[in-house]
Design a protein around this ligand. Sequence first.
Ligand SMILES: [Zn+2]
Length: 241
Amino acid sequence: MTAHKRRRVIAGNWKMYKNQAETRAFVTALKPMVADTTDCDIVVAPPFIDIPAAVQETARRGTYVAVHATGEPGTLYAAEAGVASIEHAFQLSDETMRLMKQKGIFAVPTFAISEYFAEHPVTPEQGPREHQLLEIHAREFRKQLAAGVPIAAGSDVGPFPHGTQAREFALMVKYGMKPVDVLQADLLNGAKLLGWPKEIGALKPRYFADVVAVPGNPLEDIGVLSHVTFVMKGGVVYRRP
Ligand SMILES: [Zn+2]
């Protein structure tokens, strides 16, 4: 089997950008970030976007919408419209969490990027702000786990270096998820979210033979996932110990 690509829509947050020039700069900066990992359509969503129409149109094209969103009422609008996932996803109302559970909409917490910018602030104010956000997000994450919101793993890597994003797993454990649940969030829920539930995420006949090995038991120390010593992709070995 050869890997196939599926187009994906990223909806950004227009209101972060004061004018069209800033928005264009954002899109230009975003493109190379995603180009090396995925074939991706980028849509920067103005606040007045019709999210249900976006969801319907992407479904018609055989794909789906992932929103990077925090807070209300934006995340509620997204959940009502039936997006596939809400990235970052802190400050969700009870109703949003209920809908996400009911519709199987994944929250993708992306703690790694918050930690990265907490520790590598671009401006002096950013460090303390990101630390504060991480604390808020950690509390919110526990609420989401208790409410039964489906969780998938994702780091928002790109603004920080590719190859370091396994840190996300350690942070998901640190903030309240069991290691086995983190692995399932990554492997099983990740496969579902990408629309490849019968191709990746498990070692079964007719699935891609994608395998990594790590020096230890991630159920005892999730940190070992940052030290991948063996990589097989599509049955071909790319790295050996
Ligand atoms: Zn984002």
